[in-house]
Write a protein that binds this ligand. Structure first.
Ligand SMILES: [Zn+2]
Length: 428
C-alpha cells in the first residue's frame, strides 16, 4: 500500500527487515477481536463453524429473544431457546487468535513485497503495520515496469496462496476438525482472499494500481504518464468508496431506520485512499523528476574561491560583504583544501581578524562530503538534507569544478515537474 512518514514501535526483525507497529494498529486489533468474539464467531458457531453469514438469522433470533426477555447474556438467551453455543471464553480466545492471525497474514503479504523488492535491488527500510493494513517502506522506486509488476504482484500472490491454503485445509479436514478450528480456518481463508481482492483494486497506490501502472509504463514507455493515470484511478476508487458509504448510510438511516458505523467506515477508507493516491503521486513525481539527473545537471561552475593566506579582515570585507555568500571554498594551487564559513570566522575574536589567516580558521571538508559530477542528484540531495548543508563542493580528480546547492536542485526539480517531466540533458 502507500508509503509515507509512518513511525511506530519496532517489534521484530524478519529476514533483516524491521517490523514496526503504529499506534493506530492497536485500535484495529481490538475492534477486530471484539467483532470476531461478539458477532462473527457466534454466528459461525451456529452453523457448525461454517460461513458465518449463514448463522446470521439464528444469531439475530437469539439476540431478539435476549432483548424481549430482558436477559443479561447472549448465552443465557441461547440456553433458554435450547440452542447450543460455545462457552464465552472460547469466542474471545478465538477472537484474539483471529486478530493476531490477521496481523500475521498482513505481515506475510508485506514481507512478500519486500523480499521481491530486495531481489530487484531495492533496499527495504522496514514494514509498518497501521490502521489500514501494512506498508513496505522501500528506499527508492522500481526502475523498470517488469520490476514494478513483480514487486506489486508478490503481496496479493502471497494473500491468495494463504487464502487458498486455509480454504483447502477447511474443506479437506472438514469432518476431522472441531467446529472451533473450522470457524477460524474459514475466517483465515476469507480474510486473505478479501485482502487480496481489496489490494488488487486498480487504483494507485494499492497493489492493483501499481500493476496497472506497470502495464501502462510498459505500453507508453513513460513512467510519469503511467503514474498519472494510475493515480487518477486511485482517487476515483477512493471517491467511489466515499459515495458508496454515504449512500449506504442514508439508505440504512431512512429505509431501515438503523444507525451503524459500517458505512462510515467505508467513507473513512475512501478518504484515506484518496489522500494516499494524491500523496504518493506527489512523492513519485519528485522521485521520477530526479531519475537520471546527476550533479553535472545542477552544478554551478562559477564558484568564488579564496586564497588560504588571505586575512580574515580581508575575507569579511572583500568576500562576505561583497558576494553575500555564507561560505567559500579555499583553494591552494587549484586544489580544494577546505571551506571557510561565516561560523568559522565568528569563532575568532574580532581583534584578531587582521592578523589571522583563512588557513587557520577554515574547516576541512570530509571526504564523504565531496561530491563528483557523475553522482546521482537524488543521493546528493538526500545527503544535504541529512547533514543540513545548503551546498557541497564538487570535485573531479581532486580539483574543484564547482558547487551544487540545495536551492538549485529544488529549482531544477520544480522546473522538470512543471514541464511534465520533459528533460534534455544540456551537458552530456
Ligand atoms: Zn500489497
Amino acid at each position: 500500500m502507500a508509503s509515507g512518514g509512518l513511525s511506530g514501535w519496532a517489534i521484530a526483525r524478519i529476514f533483516g527487515i524491521t517490523i514496526r507497529i503504529h499506534a493506530s494498529w492497536v485500535l484495529i486489533f481490538l475492534l477486530l477481536a471484539y467483532s470476531l468474539a461478539e458477532e462473527v464467531l457466534p454466528q459461525s458457531s451456529l452453523v457448525g463453524g461454517g460461513p458465518w453469514w449463514r448463522g446470521m438469522d439464528a444469531y439475530n433470533h437469539i439476540l431478539a429473544h435476549q432483548k424481549s426477555e430482558g436477559l443479561i447474556s447472549f448465552y443465557g438467551a441461547a440456553e433458554e431457546l435450547g440452542i447450543a453455543v460455545w462457552p464465552w471464553w472460547q469466542y474471545w480466545l478465538l477472537g484474539i487468535i483471529g486478530s493476531i492471525g490477521l496481523f500475521v497474514c498482513v505481515l506475510a503479504h508485506e514481507i512478500a513485497h519486500s523480499i521481491v523488492a530486495r531481489g530487484a535491488g531495492i533496499p527495504v527500510e522496514g514494514i509498518t503495520l497501521f490502521l489500514f493494513g501494512g506498508v513496505s517502506q522501500l528506499k527508492k522506486e522500481t526502475e523498470t515496469p517488469g520490476d514494478e509488476f513483480r514487486v506489486a504482484a508478490a503481496g496479493p500472490a502471497m494473500s491468495v496462496a494463504l487464502g487458498l491454503g486455509c480454504g483447502a485445509l477447511y474443506l479437506g479436514l472438514y469432518g476431522a476438525l472441531p467446529a472451533q478450528a473450522r470457524a477460524i480456518l474459514f475466517y483465515f481463508a476469507f480474510i486473505n482472499l478479501a485482502l487480496a481482492a481489496f489490494n488488487l483494486l486498480p487504483g494507485f497506490p494499492l497493489d492493483g494500481g501499481r500493476l496497472l501502472r506497470a502495464v501502462l509504463w510498459n505500453r507508453y514507455q513513460d513512467a510519469a504518464r503511467a503514474t498519472s493515470v494510475a493515480s487518477w484511478w486511485g482517487k476515483a476508487i477512493g471517491m467511489g468508496f466515499v459515495v458508496l458509504g454515504l449512500v449506504e448510510f442514508w439508505w440504512e438511516f431512512t429505509v431501515l431506520r438503523t444507525l451503524s458505523l459500517g458505512p462510515l467506515w467505508l467513507v473513512v477508507i475512501g478518504l484515506f485512499l484518496r489522500h494516499a493516491a494524491a500523496a504518493s503521486y506527489r512523492l513519485l513525481s519528485v522521485r521520477e523528476a530526479f531519475a537520471g539527473l546527476t550533479v553535472r545537471d545542477a552544478i554551478r561552475p562559477d564558484v568564488v574561491t579564496v586564497e588560504p593566506d588571505l586575512t580574515l579582515d580581508g575575507l569579511v570585507d572583500e568576500f562576505f560583504y561583497a558576494y553575500k555568500f555564507r561560505s567559500f571554498p579555499v583553494l591552494e594551487g587549484g586544489r580544494l583544501i577546505g571551506v571557510i564559513s561565516l561560523k568559522d570566522v565568528q569563532g575568532v575574536p574580532r581583534a584578531e581578524w587582521p592578523s589571522r589567516r583563512v588557513r587557520e580558521a577554515m574547516h576541512l571538508v570530509r571526504e564523504e562530503n565531496l561530491v563528483h559530477p557523475a553522482d546521482g542528484l537524488s543521493d546528493v540531495f538526500r545527503k544535504m538534507a541529512e547533514e543540513d548543508k545548503g551546498h557541497l563542493p564538487v570535485v573531479e580528480d581532486g580539483r574543484l569544478v564547482g558547487i551544487v546547492t540545495r536551492h538549485d536542485i529544488m529549482t531544477l526539480i520544480q522546473l522538470k515537474t512543471d514541464l511534465g517531466g520533459h528533460w534534455r540533458p544540456a551537458s552530456r
